[in-house]
Design a binder for this molecule. Structure first.
Ligand code: GLY
Ligand code: MN
Ligand code: MN
Length: 449
């Protein structure tokens, strides 16, 4: 059944076409992701390219979006797999060009086999090629062959595009600002992930294995309709929590361990990214509680910087200030060695225990696209940009204490991160992951229920 095409996708294509017109017109080409072999003839689960999806709404593999802005008119064209009833017995439904055109509101649609004949015609006399080289090597190769055909007609007066604009930079800037329908999906993703974290807290017991807790997360993601985790889930017990990108999730949980879970589902293509840290036996020890309250205070300080007009790095600086003061107070840092708070920050002394940034953009990709620095300026001296309504960030300070000489033993093997998903609104922010248990009292009570 063909339903009305989603207005959001059509209006995003229109916005990009208008930007192309403003730059003198031309042709944009945006391919979806390629299917990837996992082993032998077995592929990884297919995930469309986020920018292709953002403009098309189309989730099948083997597809290309072409936008044509030629001054007088604007067209959006989809190339996709041909309908194939025989193959659909094996792989399931595919739209085919005619149904895809109607369903997704394109001006025209062709089978992929038509690229070789259609693309040289579309590229002939286009002022600018809007393309991002190096993203999809196969597309770069095909593009070269289409341009060769255009060059071959130069004696009849046909011109190939005279310049190239990085189309993904234009799309990245659009994707940075989420509309209401995107925020609603991100809220759904964060709510499902929050329920999964709560489920993991209730299930966890000393003696279980990290993968058993991972299974609880995955069960809740899928049970609530999420298609996949947005990234590899981290379930790290004890010293493993100090490994920032821990992935094996294979160790047995011991009484007295803290467990760090960094896991978020993808819901209808939108990511969530939540971290919680909790005691395996349901009760924080005094040392665990001391560091936990410190990270929580740092996170609250960073979240209070999440409003329009704040600098992108303000939250990080606020978190570093709280964490460093706390490290001095509890003896992780020695005042006699690192000096005052200002000295310890200026010389990055905190990095022994807090060595990553405090967040990133979040959206269709977990580490979402968009410049962190002011656009329309060049060079690394560009200032960080200001937060604006529609941006979504994570706020994720942590503290990671490895066994080392001079480090108080009571804190060894404690790794803590607290991560929430924060949408910037016109008057402040909305914490999308607000329902995930977070205070010591909330976590201990969730674990007892
Ligand atoms: N889970 C990836 C991150 O927190 O950035
Ligand atoms: Mn995370
Ligand atoms: Mn994150």
């Amino acid at each position: 059944m063909i339903t009305a095409p989603s207005a959001s996708f059509i209006s995003r294509r229109k916005q990009l076409l208008e930007q192309m017109q403003a730059q003198g017109g031309g042709v944009a080409i945006i391919a979806t992701a390629q299917e990837m072999l996992r082993n032998n003839d077995n592929t990884f689960p297919f995930r469309h390219d986020s920018s292709f999806y953002y403009l098309s709404g189309f989730t099948e593999p083997e597809a290309l979006l072409v936008l044509v802005a030629d001054g007088a008119s604007e067209r959006s064209i989809l190339f996709c797999r041909e309908k194939n009833l025989e193959q659909e017995i094996w792989d399931g439904f595919r739209y085919g060009p005619a149904a895809a055109q109607a369903q997704f509101g394109f001006d025209a649609a062709f089978p992929m086999e038509a690229l070789a004949t259609e693309m040289p015609n579309l590229l002939a006399d286009a002022a600018t090629l809007f393309h991002s080289a190096g993203v999809a090597p196969q597309l770069d190769t095909q593009l070269q062959s289409w341009l060769d055909v255009v060059h071959g007609k130069s004696r009849s007066g046909v011109l190939a595009p005279q310049k190239t604009v990085n189309v993904r930079s234009l799309i990245d800037e659009m994707r940075l600002f989420k509309d209401a329908s995107e925020i609603a999906l991100m809220q759904k993703a964060a709510s499902v992930s929050g329920a999964a974290h709560a489920r993991a807290m209730r299930a966890a017991k000393p003696g279980m294995f990290e993968y058993e807790i991972e299974a609880e997360l995955l069960h809740e993601f899928r049970r609530q309709g999420s298609q996949a985790p947005a990234y590899g889930s981290i379930v790290a017990t004890g010293a493993n929590a100090c490994v920032l990108h821990y992935q094996s999730n294979a160790a047995q949980i011991k009484d007295g361990d803290l467990i760090l879970i960094d896991a978020g589902c993808e819901f209808d293509s939108y990511a969530s990214d939540i971290t919680r840290s909790f005691p395996a036996n349901g009760k924080f020890s005094a040392a665990q509680k001391t560091l936990y309250e410190l990270v929580l205070a740092a996170q609250q300080a960073a979240i209070s910087c999440a409003h329009p007009g704040a600098g992108y790095m303000d939250g990080h600086h606020a978190a570093v200030m709280v964490l460093t003061q706390g490290m001095l107070d509890v003896g992780l840092l020695d005042k006699n060695k690192v000096g005052t708070l200002d000295d310890a920050i200026a010389h990055n002394a905190f990095r022994q225990f807090y060595m990553h940034g405090t967040g990133h953009w979040l959206g269709l990709d977990v580490h979402d696209v968009g410049s962190y620095r002011e656009v329309n300026k060049v060079g690394m001296e560009r200032p960080y940009r200001k937060l604006e309504a529609g941006m979504v960030i994570t706020v994720e300070p942590g503290i990671y204490v490895r066994k080392a000489e001079g480090v108080p033993e009571q804190f060894w093997d404690i790794g803590i991160r607290i991560e929430d998903d924060i949408a910037i609104t016109t008057d402040g922010h909305l914490n999308l992951s607000r329902d995930t248990p977070k205070t010591v009292a909330e976590i201990e009570s969730e674990m007892q229920s």
